[in-house]
Design a protein around this ligand. Structure first.
Ligand SMILES: [Zn+2]
Ligand SMILES: [Zn+2]
Length: 315
């Protein structure tokens, strides 16, 4: 009897034990799973946050890069002479990024170290490419890579006039959105033995880079297109003209895809002179004729530029 009861008791105890162990195991399993899920969530939240900070930093590079270029250009406009624009822009950008890295540390608690690798011309004359090596740490997360950013140069001042005719030696000025060459450009052309240099006395040119919307350019001959283009002071893409970075170094031509702008003469003289695309005036120096001999504001152009813009010489 007792043994029977014992047996029964043993069976009950055994079942209870198995049940209890199962329940404990299940609880451990559930708690573990919940913990695991929770930590997965935290990880993905912090990952997104970390990614956001890096993305935000990358996005800001575009404006900071542009500001760095603008600061370099201002040197020319304040009578300085530039020898290595890319090197200077790298330094300016590195200094600006040091400040930005401090701000990110305060704002996000992230450690960022950055080093500008390169400042490059692109296949668009309106953009400059920055490459920056960035190492970032926050808690257990890390980023180590190269951030790339394209900065627009539209709206910045054209560096070429002041790079070619430094303000310390030349009578050159700017007001509103125009550059006034006074005697300086004609003197420059005279020094380069250009015939008809007098035509460039009191020449003017646009100050800030604006991309001409009249594309294809052959439409400049239609209606008021050319006069509006000149009034707005638009710049044009040109394989012969120089890119923004080379303009800072005082180069009117360069191996990169560049731009050109018309230098406008205001002369009653009817003789031929140098063709008025800026890379021709400052470098190639081949001849052109007034489109309209009787118009004091007429452009002086060579045949190939006239053709590019769909313009014809009268007579
Ligand atoms: Zn145009
Ligand atoms: Zn260039």
């Amino acid at each position: 009897m007792y043994s029977k009861t014992d047996n029964k008791g043993n069976i009950i105890t055994g079942t209870t034990l198995i049940l209890a162990v199962s329940i404990i195991l299940m609880i451990i399993f559930i708690v573990n799973t919940l913990n695991y899920m929770e930590s997965e969530n935290i990880n993905s939240i912090s990952s997104d946050n970390f990614k956001y900070i890096i993305k935000d930093y990358n996005k800001n590079l575009e404006q900071i890069g542009r500001d760095s270029i603008a600061e370099e250009t201002e040197k020319l406009y304040h009578a300085h002479i530039i020898h290595d624009a890319k090197g200077d822009i790298k330094k300016i950008l590195n200094n600006k990024l040091k400040e930005v890295n401090r701000e990110y540390k305060e704002k996000y608690g992230i450690d960022i170290r950055s080093e500008v690798i390169s400042v490059e011309s692109t296949d668009s004359p309106w953009k400059v490419l920055f490459k920056v090596r960035v190492k970032a740490d926050k808690d257990n997360e890390q980023f180590n890579g190269i951030l790339v950013s394209n900065s627009s140069i539209e709206g910045l001042k054209d560096p070429l006039p002041y790079a070619k005719l430094p303000k310390i030696y030349s009578n050159i000025n700017h007001r509103g959105d125009k550059i006034y060459y006074f005697q300086s450009l004609s003197q420059y052309l005279r020094a380069h033995n250009v015939k008809g240099y007098e035509s460039y006395i009191l020449a003017t040119a646009p100050l800030t880079i604006k991309k001409c919307p009249y594309d294809p350019y052959t439409h400049h001959g239609d209606g008021n297109t050319l006069s509006d283009c000149l009034k707005q002071g638009y710049f044009h893409e040109s394989a012969d003209g120089s890119c923004y970075l080379c303009r800072l170094d005082g180069k009117a031509v360069c191996p990169h895809y560049g731009m050109e702008v018309f230098i406008q003469t205001h002369t009653p003289l009817q003789n031929g002179s140098v063709s008025c695309s800026d890379h021709v005036v400052f470098h190639d120096m081949y001849e052109g004729e007034k489109l309209n001999k009787l118009d004091v504001n007429s452009l002086i152009l060579d045949d190939s530029h006239a053709k590019k813009y769909g313009l014809v010489h009268d007579g």
